[in-house]
Design a protein around this ligand. Sequence first.
Ligand SMILES: Cc1ncc(COP(=O)(O)O)c(C=O)c1O
Length: 369
Amino acid sequence: MNNLLDGIEEVLLMGPGPSSVPPQVYEAIGKKTLGHLDPYFLKIMDELKERLRTLLNTKNNLTVPISGTGSAGMEACFVNLVEPGDRALILVNGVFGVRMREVASRLGANVDALEFTWGAPVAVADVAKKLGETPYRIVAVVHAETSTGVRNPVDEIGALLRGSDTIYLVDTVTSLGGIEVRMDDWGIDALYSGTQKCLSCPPGLAPLSFSEKAMAKLGARKSKVPNWYLDISLIANYWGQNRVYHHTAPVNMTYALYQALLLILEEGTQKVFKRHLDNHLLLVKGLEEMGLKMVVEEPWRLPMLNTVWCPEGIDELAVRRRLRSEFKIEIGGGLGPLAGKIWRIGLMGHTARKENVERFLDALRKSIS
Ligand SMILES: Cc1ncc(COP(=O)(O)O)c(C=O)c1O
């Protein structure tokens, strides 16, 4: 019988995710599947939680990977921390802020969205003004807006909420593993991420962490969490000391995340962040030498997700197709109002290497000439 899997080629993943997966992580996935309550697997789970805490700079007990992609992490945060009628403030400057607004609205929250220009960061003064006018149960923002390449000032927004009753929720899907995330220092109460960006795993798990304050809010809910699968109090019973079966954990993906975290911590987080930054600077230099213009102002650029304007007269999609077919490189196009206008070039995790930047610049030069 025909097997399409035999035809899968090696593609250099330089889009907005997934990123390239290192061989050690593929090896980890291929290890023998253990039972999800096997004592050896439980040890792996415990060490994984500890390593996640290290990368997140948190002491939060509830720090676990949710079964599902980044969007499952987003849903898990909102569905546990929001009840119908709760006031939620979503800071929106790209596709994933828009998605947060949609998720919160579907849960019956009373949602206000503070909108900012796509390609520019969230303006902290505007957030401060809004918070002065209305008390919110939850404020949510995306750290690294993958749709635009902007880093939002998550630490400064956290400072505005310090000491308040408000839950501070941050999306770190694209940032985690590529730039610093300091959950406790920045006053973040709930956070989720995804495995397929700077953690260099295939897609499939969503690291999530809740502070004591978030856990207290969850415990004080008037209504049951409406989603059984993502109910954190049930999931905590499996990942905690009770080990109560909730759903069958994706065992081999858990190995992958365990290995990926090990690689990051063994390389050293500061070295990993510097590798992302150095390669980003090399990429920007090469793009600017070709006469291309970056979308985002320098202080707010993400090292792991670079957005560049497609020059006048060049067919944005045709260039991406040529990169993929002739050079075996994947990059991303724009989303929403930026569709057809920009390219999104990922330097995430294992992909963030000099040889990849050089290979890409050479291929792009040939593709636009
Ligand atoms: C910032 C951000 N949040 C959330 C998501 C959703 O993650 P997933 O596609 O893994 O569900 C993405 C995916 O690209 C993202 O970049």
